[in-house]
Design a protein around this ligand. Structure first.
Ligand SMILES: Cc1ncc(COP(=O)(O)O)c(C=O)c1O
Length: 405
């Protein structure tokens, strides 16, 4: 490689996102004529609500097409502060204690990049969202992966947290409802983690609440700063409109947290994007301030699909899955498939082999659990209509039945 092609050393070490890799592979297959059902994408299959789309069109026509304040439009930040106050009991949040970024992903990235140095550690419970460890590594710090077993509902236990904390720990990342498992931390479980964190005042907490509104069985959503207000001054509570309002392409995420951290994130953003798209910010304002019927209705649809998928997958030989309590994912245990051979003669030694064989032989796209830090599993996203989901489960079952020793 020529010297001029040399990359930043942290970027050179980073892995491309496994979910995007699968999406690319599906696109290639489709281009060559294969009919693939993709259970790999992490986005709702609904259109953005009409009133939100209309507000974006109105913003364009009214000429709101210029740079905004780096940390976001004041009116949007007021709507965000109101959301945090009303929905999450974060009573002291005012508009100037918030920041708007280009997607939830950029909130996370800004927070980590603004605070991490070489030698710092970030505790990431596994299975994790694929981007967490890479973002930590891109910031020069070290991800500390803590495997959370199926036996404990894929959730971090207080003992595991306590053991993982060292003097080098800067952050612990919590994500509930979880991508990829759909696991939800109850109020008591968060309190138990908070009790440990109270004993370690040097640790910051990143609460990724992006799936807050996708929560089933009448459960109430809780976030750690709400459960334990003594942690507010070192918690970044992050959220966004992508998943709740089917707005993944609009790229709006937001957060509240300690002022010094928000200021640092704003400073970084000022040199980086100058802030989120003005039009999307107007759309996000409509999403947060307008009718929440869309959120309630899609929640019911996802809950029904969850019930159907869990039943069909648990009726499939060699597979099992826990009942996810939120988000739109299921994390399927495929341990019994490991060591078997697929119909076309592929030995299934790993969950990646299973995912690739499912794509090549059954035309179903899933993402292997190892990409999320826990094997042997695969993640399915049930963000598709019922017919496609049923067809996918039938194809997965046929694939499993046709495997041999
Ligand atoms: C756990 C988790 N956090 C954050 C994000 C980022 O969301 P956004 O589309 O707002 O950047 C995602 C998106 O897949 C996610 O799954």
């Amino acid at each position: 490689m020529s010297k001029f092609q040399q990359l930043n050393r942290y970027l050179a070490e980073a892995k491309p996102s496994a979910t995007y890799k699968m999406i690319d592979r599906v696109a290639e297959k489709r281009a060559s004529g294969a009919k693939i059902i993709s259970l790999s994408a992490g986005e709702p299959d609904f259109d953005t609500p009409e009133h939100v789309r209309q507000s974006a069109k109105d913003a364009i026509d009214a000429g709101f097409t210029r740079y905004t304040q780096v940390a976001g439009l004041r009116q949007l930040r007021e709507a965000i502060a109101e959301k945090f106050q009303k929905e999450n009991d974060l009573e002291n949040v005012t508009w100037n204690h918030t920041i708007v970024c280009s997607g939830g992903k950029q909130v996370l990235y800004n927070a980590l990049a603004a605070t991490l140095n070489e030698g710092d550690e970030v505790i990431i419970p596994a299975p994790y969202w694929v981007s967490y460890p890479e973002m930590v590594q891109l910031s020069g710090a070290t991800p500390v992966i803590v495997p959370c077993s199926e036996k404990h509902g894929f959730k971090l236990t207080p003992a595991q947290l306590n053991e993982a904390i060292t003097p080098q720990t800067r952050w612990v990342i919590l994500n509930s409802p979880s991508n990829p498992t759909g696991a939800v931390y109850s109020k008591d479980e968060l309190q138990a983690l908070a009790d440990i964190l109270l004993k370690h005042p040097h640790v910051l907490i990143l609460s990724d609440d992006i799936y807050e509104h996708l929560i089933f069985d009448g459960q109430k959503f809780n976030t750690i700063a709400q459960v334990e207000p003594r942690l507010i001054d070192r918690t970044l509570t992050m959220n966004g409109v992508s998943k709740a309002y089917a707005m993944t392409g609009w790229r709006i995420g937001f957060a509240t947290g300690p002022q010094w951290l928000l200021d640092a994130m704003e400073k970084l953003q000022g040199q980086q994007t100058s802030g989120a798209s003005s039009i999307s910010q107007y759309a996000a304002m409509a999403a947060l301030s307008g009718s929440q019927d869309f959120v309630r209705n899609t929640n019911k649809v996802f809950e029904k699909r969850r019930d159907m998928m869990v039943q069909l997958l648990n009726d499939t030989p060699y597979l099992s899955c826990l009942k996810p309590e939120g988000a739109f994912y299921a994390f399927v245990n495929c341990a019994e498939l490991i060591g078997r051979t697929s119909q076309s003669g592929i030995k299934l030694n790993t969950d990646e082999d299973v995912a690739l064989a499912l794509l090549d032989e059954a035309n179903i796209a899933v993402v292997q659990g190892s990409a999320f830090g826990l094997a042997p599993y695969f993640r399915i996203a049930y963000a598709l209509d019922d017919e496609s989901l049923k067809a996918a489960c039938t194809a997965i079952k046929d694939f499993c039945v046709s495997t041999r020793i």
